[in-house]
Design a protein around this ligand. Sequence first.
Ligand SMILES: NC(=O)c1ccc[n+]([C@@H]2O[C@H](COP(=O)([O-])OP(=O)(O)OC[C@H]3O[C@@H](n4cnc5c(N)ncnc54)[C@H](OP(=O)(O)O)[C@@H]3O)[C@@H](O)[C@H]2O)c1
Length: 426
Amino acid sequence: MALKARTGRPKPRPREGAGRDPSEGPGKPVPLSVLGITGSIGDSAVSLARCYPDRVRVVAMAAGRNVEKLKALVEEFRPEIVSVRGESERSRLLELLRESGRGSCPEISIGPGGLETVAAAGPEGTVVLSAVSGAAGLKPTWAALKAGRRVALANKESMVLAGDFIMPRMGRLVVPVDSEHSAVFQALGGTLDAKGAERLILTCSGGPFFGRGADELERVTSAEALAHPSWSMGPKITVDSATLLNKGLEVIEAHHLFQMPWDRIRVVVHPQSVIHSMVEHADGQVTAVMGPADMRAPISYALGFPERWPLLGGGGAKLPGYAPLAFDGALTFAEPDRRSFPCLRLAEEAGRSGGGAPAVLNAAGEVAVQAFLRGEIGFMGIPRLMGECLHRLGAAKLLRLEDALEEDLRARSLALQLLNGMRGRA
Ligand SMILES: NC(=O)c1ccc[n+]([C@@H]2O[C@H](COP(=O)([O-])OP(=O)(O)OC[C@H]3O[C@@H](n4cnc5c(N)ncnc54)[C@H](OP(=O)(O)O)[C@@H]3O)[C@@H](O)[C@H]2O)c1
């Protein structure tokens, strides 16, 4: 296996939207809008913004309900505009900001419309980090793209629901943030163009239950599912990593981002999470991208592309808690077990079916994971609920972005109805 050389390769051409060419030397910090700033990806972005004020300046931010955390971030970064989930969150934020009396108050918008306003806000050249969790991230991602923003895309659901719609129209503005897709993007030389590649190989940690059988998985708890062995993430994606749904969603994301046929995307379990993904080239040689299991690496890469930020300290600030790879153990690979982890198979099937099936898969998954976290269904209830929704709703034809969102609503409503029947059988 050939590791990706960091030097001696043709310089990738800057993509549209924003970002600076390293040969131009240090410039002004890039304006950044963070959608989902109070979440796990938001934390990573904030850590980068604190350490690299010369590279990035937070000018807009969107949160949901965590108003206390947002208030502190507003006071720290003084954005021009923010958004929160609803009227009560706006009132609370205003109250908190008035109480502390530290500086002026930003414009505060609310609800899905508010998210879209923040996504399109900011000066020319603003980069948008799309990191709201779930299908709620789709419309703001689209709003940012329509405004001509470069989108650093963490919200994989945007691609799962509407990759067919987004990529032909706005794909040139998207830079992946998901570590697997960032690794593929890097292994391709800083491009989404995978025409020369034979296969994309997405690595998967296997999650906390790697090696367990379906019977055993019936009895695992939400606390065990939330204890991911290598990544620290939000609750939804952490449970999805345990069921392997996350990997299934990533297969669909990779299909759209890199326009790669389904049978040329392979998943391998790699428990050490050192290799973040690979590209197998036409001659059988493989480029792997390795790095710390720290989302600040792919986020900084997406924000700075085509430049790499000096996260390790060479020629710049050292990012707190960011450690280089230790190279101190074996790297192993295994086939995923699709029988014990049916979410992966369901996602691959939904992706191949196309149309509304991925939206159904995702919506049913969101409902099922919340129910699992509330203790209403067991771990294997998650794929059962998703499978039933897919079976009943099939793959409706989608013509518009709104059709995907309608499918999402239809599936949510069916999933909630089915859930009522499953409650008590947890
Ligand atoms: N975490 C990772 O390492 C990672 C890696 C790769 C990709 N991703 C993807 O990145 C996205 C975010 O993941 P995460 O782990 O950061 O999730 P998270 O920790 O749960 O954070 C979600 C963020 O979205 C906000 N939010 C959720 N629903 C909202 C709504 N309806 N309106 C406005 N804001 C809303 C939350 O606001 P409040 O908390 O204020 O309510 C929070 O800021 C997901 O699509 C995930 O798949 C995450």
